[in-house]
Write a protein that binds this ligand. Sequence first.
Ligand SMILES: Cc1cc2nc3c(=O)[nH]c(=O)nc-3n(C[C@H](O)[C@H](O)[C@H](O)COP(=O)(O)OP(=O)(O)OC[C@H]3O[C@@H](n4cnc5c(N)ncnc54)[C@H](O)[C@@H]3O)c2cc1C
Length: 502
Amino acid sequence: MDEEKYKARAERMITRWAGQRITVNRETTDEGDVMRHAPPALGEFSEQGGLYIEPAKALPILAECEVLVVGGGPSGLAAALAARRAGADTILLERFGCFGGVITTVGMETLAWYRYEGTVESEGIGVEMERRAAQMGGAIKWPYNDSQCLDADFFKVVADHLVREAGIRPILHCLAVDVIFDGDSQRLKGIVTESKSGRQVILANRIIDCTGDADIAHLAGASYRKTPKDKMLGVTTVFNASGVDKARFLQYTEEQPATYADWSRTWDQETTGKEDVLRSPYLDKEFDEARRLGVIPQNTTNLGGSWSALTEAGEATNLNLAHQNGIDCTDVMDLTKAEMQGRQEALYALMALKKVVPGFENAKLRNFGMTLGTRDSRKIIGRYNLTGDDVRNQAKFEDSVGIFPEFIDGYNVLILPSTGRYFEVPYGCMVPLEVDNLLVAGRCVAGDMVSHAAMRNMMACTVTGQGAGVAAAVSLQQQTTTANVDIALVQAELARQGVRLH
Ligand SMILES: Cc1cc2nc3c(=O)[nH]c(=O)nc-3n(C[C@H](O)[C@H](O)[C@H](O)COP(=O)(O)OP(=O)(O)OC[C@H]3O[C@@H](n4cnc5c(N)ncnc54)[C@H](O)[C@@H]3O)c2cc1C
């Protein structure tokens, strides 16, 4: 072996012992062989320990566009559709292999279950998505009102159709991991991604953060708040069962009717009173009975919640029954713990149902949601921070981008909008303070805990998504930034798209 080769091998051995990861540059030959062609740059560990300093690296540009929407959930779909319909060349980027967010990846089908008689509904892309799913045969009526349970798997196809028809440029299996500023300004001009293709760059004139966790705002250094861990809304492992005798189960729910008063049986819940008499697809005391019978461990205290669609094929989907508290979903070790524990808890829930709930005797696990369901994480500090008072007192805003009914579900408050009351959603709650050409839509918009219990709902996420998509496109047409966009022009385009603003 010549001296050069020997030295290179010795260097590789030393860096491997030091725990350093070496990036290798490669070249593809005409025959398709991938050949190493240059030695990699080496990083180093910080003197204090605990940090590895990555070497600088040149990244290929994957794509360029006018509006980049990061995250393909209810808010991201609405944002991309709205931006495209307003004329912008739009990319919708998603870390998983499908669009739909919590609908398709967690298995939550109930986009508008709050829609009891008397509700004044938001109008726009959210309702359009619900109708479209029903038209395509991918929805079943929710048990106790006229809203639809979206078939979670089928919604992947509904979303594909919406994206394709609109001419949105889709990118799946791609995680946003960093941001790029325009020189030393406060304006964003791109992101860094990671995927099977490696680390790449997407350049965009406007970016809309629809990651649910405000990942982009966080990476850009914008201010945000997180609910203290002990008060955070719980995470849930949603699962689906097959082998359910639908008729027997429905008979049981008629004999043992649950209402929203039952929700508060085990905790102190505030309602306005009208909720307490409304029927609810709720199971909870059944788990007490299973514990009493010794079917499941005594420490399984966080079981209970809603069932949703029942199919003629004997499936019970969207079983929202196995929860955990004290989990921070921006912490990878918390996520790991909760995914594994959640699967165990969901199996306990199914064991209990099989033993004590008529119709479930022969049920079996069909599948878990693709991922754990997060309700609560980062919320930006915005130009305007929505409050519980705004939601409860029919707030009006000059910069309204849509309305949402007075529906609050979280932090021990349950208010259903059967009174016809609603509030306006301000543009300001999507505008981060320190970073420009970035808008934040969906569950991570600015606001306090009670307003989050309203704004986190999927239909509300589509309201902010559509507002952000239109604002991004209009700011481009006006050649201004998202912080300075003329709200009257944004509202005019939203009205043209069928959104109710006041
Ligand atoms: C168990 C559970 C039950 C719920 N029940 C209901 C209900 O009955 N009705 C209701 O209206 N709401 C319900 N919610 C709330 C609602 O589903 C969510 O708040 C809502 O989906 C949030 O929408 P979003 O678009 O902001 O985010 P998400 O739906 O979370 O979508 C975010 C998307 O961004 C992607 N993403 C995240 N980070 C990155 C990144 N860095 N790069 C690329 N992609 C990324 C994610 O994969 C995801 O697809 C429930 C939530 C949970 C967890």
